[in-house]
Ligand binder design. Structure first.
Ligand SMILES: Nc1nc2c(ncn2[C@@H]2O[C@H](COP(=O)(O)OP(=O)(O)OP(=O)(O)O)[C@@H](O)[C@H]2O)c(=O)[nH]1
Ligand SMILES: [Mg+2]
Length: 339
């Protein structure tokens, strides 16, 4: 049976009854999956000729919209954002910056991860975390896609909001002044500012301050010192600048020392009486921790029953000094707990 209808596209079209059956079911369908099923059925029943071109185009458009809706919905449900990266090690550090500054180079050269490095702009499109050694501890370093003029994934911004430190990377060989300004402006548009600007800037409304350092990359060797000096003179304001090279490794040790200092943690070694401490396995604890709280991290029994402790390190006046539970520990202290 063939039913003739007048479509809004002015041309009368002969459509088979199967089409109208499918259309009827499409109209009463309540789930997106069913709607897709009946739309596909409608499309498959339409005779293909000039008179149905518009109708088929319309239906295909509807179908693609519905399919996008389901995949994005499923995407949210089934697959967490790649920016949901669990913190590992003594701190979580994200590298941000414009394209080609060397973010992936740093992660590839300093961690176990292997993000693609290329002179072609906009190479990285997803974040990649890796573990980087700083002396005898490990921190997490995350490579990210470049900041550009367009939209920044909200989950990328959320990652920046929750990390322990954001490393703003700029390229000494390119336009370091503009790059730094651009990154700071993008952050500001999203109500984020480096904590070194707290009290210096007075933004209207809420701003979240995130600890930041500025890595001036491609400082490949000492011959770039003059270049760096000119850049510093052109730059307005005080920024915690670290000139270094992700590629040659020049001054990367300085970078690591600065990162460690920003993380707000210290290393403490626990030792048994008469034995040497294991310097390869420090406890990484928050700066300012008191002996009593440290003891609890070593073992529950120590927290409750700690009688005394001897300390070797900068927090005491002489090696092996006895201290109370309220004693504040410092980086690299060695502690002998006694119950
Ligand atoms: N001379 C020099 N070149 C570097 C250095 N670091 C990176 N490069 C080069 O700069 C180019 C870009 O490096 P990438 O690490 O891919 O840059 P990126 O910031 O990850 O770039 P996007 O993924 O586009 O954001 C490559 O050709 C690198 O070899 C460096 O310290 N010195
Ligand atoms: Mg990259």
């Amino acid at each position: 049976m063939v039913v003739q209808i007048k479509l809004r596209h002015t041309m009368p079209t002969n459509l088979p009854a199967d089409y109208f059956n499918a259309e009827e079911r499409f109209r009463s369908a309540t789930t997106t999956e069913d709607k897709i099923k009946y739309l596909e059925e409608m499309l498959s029943t339409i005779p293909k000729h000039k008179g149905t071109d518009h109708l088929r185009a319309d239906l295909r458009k509807k179908l693609s919209k519905l399919k996008t809706a389901t995949t994005s919905k499923k995407g949210v449900k089934k697959q967490a954002s790649p920016y949901h990266i669990n913190k590992e090690g003594a701190g979580q550090v994200v590298i941000i910056g414009c394209t080609n500054v060397g973010k992936s180079t740093l992660v590839a050269s300093q961690t176990n991860a292997n993000p693609e490095v290329s002179e072609v702009p906009f190479t990285t499109w997803a974040p990649t975390p890796g573990m980087m050694a700083i002396d005898n501890i490990q921190i997490q370093l995350i490579d990210t896609p470049p900041f550009g003029d367009d939209y920044i994934d909200p989950e990328f911004l959320n990652l920046i909001r929750r990390v322990d430190l954001a490393l703003i990377m700029i390229d000494l060989h390119a336009n370091p002044v503009q790059e730094l300004e651009f990154v700071l402006q993008k952050l500001q548009e999203n109500r984020i500012a480096p904590s070194y600007l707290e009290g210096v800037i007075h933004p209207e409304g809420f701003v979240l301050y995130v600890p930041c350092l500025v890595l001036v990359n491609k400082f490949d060797d000492e011959s770039f010192a003059e270049h760096f000096q000119i850049f510093q003179e052109l730059l307005e304001g005080d920024h915690p600048l670290i000139p270094a090279s992700a590629q040659t490794g020049y001054q990367l040790e300085d970078l690591k020392t600065r990162i460690f200092a920003e993380l707000g943690v210290i290393r403490v070694y626990s030792k048994a009486p008469g034995k040497d401490p294991d310097r390869t396995a420090p406890f990484v604890v928050e700066k300012g921790i008191l002996l009593g709280d440290f003891a609890g991290k070593v073992h529950k029994d120590f927290q409750e029953n700690l009688k005394s402790a001897k300390i070797w390190g900068t927090s005491v006046d002489f090696p092996g000094q006895m201290v109370s539970r309220e004693h504040m520990l410092e980086d690299e202290d060695v502690v002998e707990l006694q119950i």
